[in-house]
Every structure is written in structure tokens, then in C-alpha cells.
Design a protein around this ligand. Structure first.
Ligand code: GCV
Length: 671
């Protein structure tokens, strides 16, 4: 696609396939997609592809290098596949068409190795069935939040100034291709804050959603829609949106059935209710299970008989808290809210209702503990939500690769036994970081977050650093050269530690929220201290942090199962990086690291800036190896990152020096 960065699917990644002979066996629209991919690669590189729906592989006497075929069930579901290489043939089999597509992209990832090393038959299937991106895209430009809420990659791929971007449907298809190549299979096309224009996507504007679904379907991606709970009133003219009212239930059932007429494989609804001003069931004295189950029933009724496979699902967000808190009120703790609201409802949600939970109890800060809801609702399907768009992690102006953070969250064992697959039975969801920017993600290196998310959703216990290597190789060095090793090592050095670096120069030890209010970019230590948002650090002359212990604080630590409740309850056992999330500590308190809290703050802030300087140096040294436009874009972003990191360092260090009066042990410059 002209002028658009190929990201992790550059032409060169298809060379090993495109120079060889491939046989494709099977029929169906996604097999057509597979064929189209291979044919295009052969056109470019001179190989050959044969489409054969009947005969045995090789029966025509041709020696094939690659055979991709649909076969009978092997217990791998519609998305799984097997791959083996023997007697000079690489063989991919799948029961479902989507599995065959994923098998093709697996071969692309292997590159030359797919054709040079024998391998025993290996089965691959996703650990999590739903691997989804939520776009916070508005149809009409919102006066405060703009076209894309918390979007840092230009405009929306789907919408502009109140209309669907029909001219970009080719790009939407290319987006679907990128997503399939990292394993993502669902996209919600509009913001969870559903404003007046966006509400109509559900009814008279559903055709625009159907056009997006058509563009994504060839890559195995189903669309979902964010809807407003008040839709029966704002769209249907009913006097109420009470989920137990028969008229309201009928309205949802009929509306949903029209959605399925337009989009037979529609994925379902995403709902933000009773949250940050969005309407919800509380207004009618109903529970969130009542609300979710009403929509689940509408989706079940409408989907019965559809050939689309698993039915529609309602993704009901658990991000419910009081955003009009009085900062003087020390009894309310926002971190507790989701657990307090939802755990009593465990077991009451319909089978096709999924509770979508942010991975931390607050809101995508650079460091949070895992949400105590995860693992506490065994009778409910949960989806875990992470944020690829870097709202609180540098807004795609800073390099901040979030793979290790997500991996830590996904590896967390609430009770020491359950597995990620069980915890995320309802799926893994990321808020998308993509827009109409030529590099897709504004900062070209932020593509690594999207790729890593997709691959982790497929295999949550994968080593994130291995996935980073994979992304670098595909994106930067699909065709090996003498300089490949230098280029790969350089990009790896810039990205691999970048989350920790970002953490070092921003809010310390899990306390969070020291950002500029509203847009959330750049430092403001007291920016949220006297606000209604429930986001405080309580720094005074003696210490800092929020006491969330059971013994003397808000009791939040007690929401965890053992052993975590005990680990977090005491400053003696609480991990350093979360200490100020759980406890109010004196500046002179000695951390496990052997440093005091205040010295840790000074040291990490100086180190963070030094690490950005070093990363910028590494990036500069790659100038001869990286495409000039990509190199220039990253350099420009790095300059801003360095400016901003210095601002963070100086504001945070000066603030705590002035509060505490404790000098830096190394006598460095603090203002
Ligand atoms: C879409 C945070 C963000 C909001 C976002 C909200 C949510 O509060 O700042 O922009 O709204 O999370 O997840 O619903």
C-alpha cells in the first residue's frame, strides 16, 4: 500500500515462500485469502502456486516445497494448525480456514528456516479464543477527545468528521492482514464512550459497520460494536432503558436481529455502563448482571441458526467507580471499586456475557498490581483488558514497549494454581494504538506493542523478549544481510528495557498519576492530588503513598486471595515496585533494594534520563541501516522523549527534595 509502512509484513518476509512451489488444498473464502497471499509472493519472487481442491499432495508429479491443506478435525479447533517438514516438504494442515491462514503466517514468521530445517509435526492453537482490539474511535470529532479518544496515531482508520471513511477500506483490509499475522481475531470499531452520532451505528448506520466487517472478514476478523445502554431511549424513543422492562428487551432483540441481517458473523456488543458519565442499570435499581444479561439474551436469540460459528457476546466492562469523589474523603478507595461492585454478582452472568476487566485496579498506570477481580470470579467469564495506546506511558512520543508488563500480568497466578487461559476465558483485549498514520502507530516502534499483544493473546505464557526478537526480525531484517545482526541488536537495545526506563523517570514505586490532568502527558506531581478522580499520592513532609492495608488503611489488600493478601499487607513483604501503591512510607524507609525511598526516587530519575540518552545514541548509530523516513520519525520522537524525561526528572526530584528536605546522597543538581 503506497506510502504506508508495511510494518511486520514487508515484501521480503514473503521471499522464502515466493521463490518456491506451493500447493494449496481446500476451498472457501479464507483459503482464497491464503491463495492470494502466496500468489502475490510468487508473482514478486518468481515461485509457483497451484490450487488443488481434490488430489493428494504431490499426485500431479510436481515436487512441492510447501503444502497448505484443509484436513479433517485434529482437535485443534477452527483456528489451530499443524506444521511439519519431512522429505523436503513443509506441510501445514488445518481443520478450519482461519487455521490455514494462521498456518501460512506461521511459515512467514519462520522464514527460510521453514524450508531448511526438518521439524516434527507440531500442533499450534490459541490459548485464548477471543483476541480483540477495542478502538476508542469517535465517528464525529468530539470537542474534547477529538476523533480518537486517547489516540496518538493520527485520525481514525474507520471514521472522519462524522462519516465512514469508505476511501480507506483498502487500508482497513491491510490492517486486518497485519492483525491476522499476529493472531488477533476481533475488532470493536468505536469508542466505549458512545456519543449521539456513534449511538446510531447500531441502527440506521449499521451499513457502515457492515462495510468494515466486509473488509476485515477475509482475514478472519469479526467486528464488535460499542453501544450505549440508553439506546432504547435515545434511538428507540422509549421512556426507559430498564433492563427488566419487556418493551426495552423487545427493542434490543429486534435491533440486534437487524444487526445480524447486516452482519451475519457479528461479534457482539461492548458496553461501558455507569462509568464516567455513561448511562447504566443503576438508574433503574438494577444490577450490572441484569444489564449484561439483557444484551446477552438479545445476542443469543438473534444469532441462533447463524452459520457464523460461536454466537455473539456482550463484553461488559468492569471499569465502574465514583469519578466524583471528594478528595477529603479517606474512606473511599477507587482501587476497591470493581471488586466491590462485581464479585457479589459472580455466577449471575449469562454464558455469553463476558466481564471485561482492566489488568490493574486503577487505570493503565505504568505500574499497578493486577486487578483482584482476576481470579475472584470463578463463575464468570472474564476478559482482561490492557492498553496498547500509550495514554499513561508516553503517548507514542516515548518509546515504551509494554510486552514485559503485560506478560507479568498474564503470568500472575491469583491463587498460585489457575492458568492464564482459565483467567481470561472471555478473551484478551487491548485498546488499539492504531490510526491513519503512515506508520500505523505514530511512533514506528510502538508497532511492537501491537504485535506483542497479538502474539501474547495467542500464547500468554510466551517469553515476551522472544516475541520482540520475532517482531524485529520480521520488520527490520526479513532478508538477512551482513548488517542484520547489528540492526537487530540495536533495535532490541532501544526497546527491550524501555518500559522500565519510562517507569524510572515518571511516578515512583507504583504510586502513579503524577501527570498533567486531562490529556495525561508530561509531569504534574500534584496534578490529580485534589481532584475528584480518586487518584492520590498523599505526599507530605514525612512520606508518601496510599495505605491500602487491612490493618490501618482502605482494606484493598484484603481483596486478594492468599498468598497475595498477606504479601501486600505488610511493607516488609510488599515488592518494592508496588510499595507506595499499598503503603504510606517515610522517605527514609529502607527498600529491599538497600536504598531509602527518597534515594530511590533520585537515583531512578537520573538513571531514567541517562537511559533515554543512551537509547537515542543507539538509534542514531543505525542511521545507515534503517529506511530514512522511519529513522527520521523515530529520531524526532526521541528528541521529544528526552526533553520530556528531563522535565519529569527535574520536577519529581525537586518536588520531593522540597517536601522532604533530604539531600541527594550523590550531590547531583536538584532544583
Ligand atoms: C474511553 C480512562 C481514559 C478514558 C477512557 C476510560 C475507559 O479513564 O482516560 O479516556 O474512556 O479510561 O477506559 O473507559
Amino acid at each position: 500500500m503506497q506510502g504506508v509502512d508495511p510494518a511486520w509484513l514487508p515484501d521480503g518476509a514473503f521471499r522464502p515462500i515466493g521463490t518456491r512451489r506451493t500447493l494449496i488444498r481446500g476451498a472457501g473464502p479464507l483459503v482464497d485469502t491464503v491463495h492470494g497471499e502466496v500468489a502475490e509472493a510468487c508473482r514478486r519472487f518468481g515461485g509457483r502456486v497451484v490450487r488443488d481442491a481434490g488430489a493428494d499432495a504431490g499426485a500431479d508429479g510436481t515436487a512441492y516445497d510447501l503444502v497448505l491443506e484443509l484436513t479433517g478435525p485434529e482437535g485443534l479447533g477452527s483456528e489451530g494448525f499443524t506444521c511439519r517438514r519431512e522429505n523436503g516438504v513443509t506441510h501445514v494442515t488445518a481443520f478450519g480456514q482461519t487455521g490455514l491462514l494462521y498456518g501460512l503466517f506461521h511459515v512467514v514468521r519462520l522464514g527460510e528456516r521453514a524450508f531448511t530445517q526438518d521439524r516434527q509435526k507440531q500442533a499450534h492453537r490459541p490459548a485464548v479464543a477471543l483476541r480483540m482490539l477495542d478502538h476508542w474511535d469517535n465517528v464525529a470529532v468530539h470537542p474534547v477527545m477529538g476523533q480518537v479518544e486517547r489516540g496518538y496515531a493520527g485520525g481514525s482508520l474507520f471514521w472522519a468528521d462524522g462519516r465512514a471513511r469508505g476511501e480507506l477500506l483498502g487500508r482497513v483490509r491491510a490492517y486486518g492482514r497485519l492483525l491476522a499475522a499476529c493472531g488477533i481475531n476481533a475488532v470493536a470499531v468505536n469508542n466505549v464512550n458512545v456519543h449521539a452520532v456513534e449511538a446510531r451505528l447500531l441502527t440506521d448506520r449499521i451499513g457502515e459497520v457492515a462495510a468494515i466487517a466486509d473488509a476485515l472478514r477475509p482475514y478472519g476478523i469479526r467486528v464488535h460494536l460499542s453501544v450505549t445502554f440508553a439506546a432504547p431511549m435515545v434511538l428507540g424513543g422509549l421512556p426507559t432503558a430498564d433492563p427488566l422492562d419487556e418493551g426495552v428487551r423487545d427493542w434490543w432483540a429486534q435491533t440486534t436481529s437487524r444487526v445480524y441481517e447486516a452482519i451475519p458473523d457479528f461479534g457482539g456488543y461492548v458496553v461501558k455502563a455507569d462509568s464516567e458519565g455513561q448511562p447504566g442499570p443503576f438508574a433503574y435499581g438494577r444490577s450490572h448482571a441484569d444489564g449484561a444479561n439483557m444484551l446477552a439474551a438479545a445476542l443469543t436469540a438473534s444469532d441462533s441458526g447463524s452459520a457464523a460459528g460461536p454466537g455473539g457476546t456482550v463484553h461488559w466492562r468492569a471499569f465502574v467507580y465514583d469519578h466524583r469523589q471528594d478528595w477529603r474523603d479517606r474512606t473511599t478507595d477507587r482501587a476497591r471499586a470493581a471488586y466491590d461492585h462485581f464479585v457479589p454478582l459472580d455466577g449471575q452472568f449469562a454464558p455469553n456475557a463476558v466481564l471485561q476487566v482492566k489488568h490493574g485496579p486503577m487505570d493503565f498506570q505504568v505500574r499497578e498490581p493486577i486487578s483482584p477481580l482476576i481470579g475472584a470470579m470463578p463463575g464468570t467469564r472474564l476478559a482482561v483488558e490492557v492498553q496498547a495506546t500509550q495514554e499513561y506511558t508516553g503517548q507514542q512520543r516515548h518509546v515504551c514497549w509494554l510486552g514485559p508488563m503485560w506478560s507479568e500480568a498474564l503470568r500472575f497466578r491469583a491463587d498460585g494454581e489457575s492458568t492464564v487461559g482459565e483467567l481470561a476465558r472471555g478473551g484478551l483485549v487491548a485498546v488499539s494504538n492504531v490510526g491513519d498514520d503512515p506508520f500505523w502507530t505514530g511512533h514506528p516502534l510502538a508497532q511492537a506493542n501491537l504485535y506483542t499483544f497479538g502474539r501474547l493473546a495467542w500464547q500468554p505464557d510466551a517469553n515476551p523478549y522472544g516475541l520482540l526478537d520475532e517482531w524485529i526480525r520480521l520488520t527490520y531484517t526479513p532478508t538477512r544481510s551482513e548488517e542484520s545482526a547489528r540492526l537487530e541488536a540495536g533495535v532490541y537495545a532501544v526497546l527491550s528495557h524501555s518500559w522500565r526506563t519510562y517507569e524510572k523517570y515518571t511516578a515512583p514505586l507504583g504510586v502513579g498519576w503524577m501527570v498533567q490532568p486531562g490529556h495525561h502527558y508530561g509531569p504534574s506531581v500534584d496534578g490529580y492530588e485534589y481532584s475528584p478522580w480518586g487518584t492520590y499520592h498523599f505526599a507530605d513532609r514525612d512520606g508518601i503513598g496510599v495505605d491500602r492495608s487491612v490493618a490501618t488503611g482502605t482494606g484493598f489488600a484484603g481483596q486478594y486471595a492468599k498468598p497475595w493478601a498477606e504479601v501486600y499487607e505488610s511493607p516488609e513483604t510488599c515488592p518494592d515496585e508496588l510499595l507506595l501503591f499499598f503503603h504510606h512510607m517515610s522517605y527514609e524507609h529502607m527498600l529491599h533494594s538497600g536504598k531509602t525511598v527518597i534515594q530511590h526516587i533520585y537515583d531512578t530519575h537520573f538513571e531514567g534520563v541517562e537511559e533515554v540518552e543512551a537509547a537515542l545514541g543507539v538509534w542514531a548509530s543505525l542511521v545507515d541501516l534503517v529506511d530514512p523516513a522511519r529513522h527520521a520519525r523515530v529520531t524526532e520522537r526521541f528528541e521529544e522523549q528526552l526533553r520530556s524525561a528531563r522535565e519529569w526528572r527535574d520536577q519529581v526530584n525537586s518536588y520531593f527534595f522540597r517536601k522532604s528536605g533530604v539531600a541527594d546522597a550523590h550531590g547531583r543538581r536538584i532544583y
